[in-house]
Design a binder for this molecule. Sequence first.
Ligand code: FES
Ligand SMILES: [Fe+2]
Length: 361
Amino acid sequence: MQRTTRDYLRHISTAEASVTAMSFPAAAYQSGVGDAVDQTAVFHRSWQLVAHLSQLQRTGDHVVHEVAGQPVIVVNTGEGIRAFHNVCRHRAGPLAFENGHAKTLMCKYHGWNYHLNGQLKSAPEMHTTAGFDVCDHRLPEVRLDSWQGLVFIALQADVPPISELFTGIEDRIQPIELSNMTFQRRDEFIINCNWKVYVENYLEGYHLPHVHPGLNQLLDYKSYQTELSQWHSYQFSPLDQGGDFYGEGQAHYYFIYPNTMLNILPNRLQTNQVLPMKNNQTRVIFDYFYPEFDGREDFIKQDLAFSDEVQDEDIMICEAVQKGLDSGSYHQGQLCYKREQAVWHFQELVRTAYRQLLNSK
Ligand code: FES
Ligand SMILES: [Fe+2]
């Protein structure tokens, strides 16, 4: 390991947050050595949301995704859902550029053709190539599991069983059943901030009165609460004025370490994935899912418009915070015990991941 990486890991992971509840130092949000560390320590060693089963209903349906720089394809093989590296065994071409449906997986570069189970089926004009046998080639598989219809993959083996991530959530959200929802729409945002800035902004309602006046009217800020679990944190609030729009009940906001958010309302699921890019940009994917119900179309329209308003407000504040972190005038600050426990919890999980990487070298 390079000395700079070791220094970075020591600097961030040994900050005494558990005693003084201080935020991460500004260095944790700067582009450079921390980027590769986050990919290795966090994104390779965690469950990453890739799809919902409603997108993989028929044999041959597939979804493409990229996790920690690794292109992945998730396929309904007819004998179960499986995930493979989306990288051809010939010269590393892609089997698919986008989500779709196909009887076989044909590489987009030279047409090597794979069965849905990843085994190479045929390869054009390779029969005269000495020592070539289709039987010798198959796409490497990626670990996959699902919970309530949400499909996750893990690039490395040393991740906890997926059930541990969601302990208690199923009981909490009843009678809502996420596998009954179907995929409706995807929105993507490129944001000029480190991915941890975006995650931490999600993890506290402290900014609600100042950043989201509209949302603040809908939720009951005083009753807004946060609970911590081993691998997830939970924020919830009764819907104060939401009776005629979002329906009676609660808004459930779950953060699943390290970068998945499940925003659950009585009539919809919105998932957010927060993916780091180069130069301290972050790609945030919003997927919307709804069950069947009367008045669904009108509801979807209103839901999207309102969600866009809140997201614009969050983007503006996250980009401003990144400028503040880059300004050189800030080192770290003290977290609010009442309102920012989930930020502390996230930072503890990241610190633990950094320590593991440090100790493994
Ligand atoms: S890279 Fe796939 S066929 Fe050549
Ligand atoms: Fe916000």
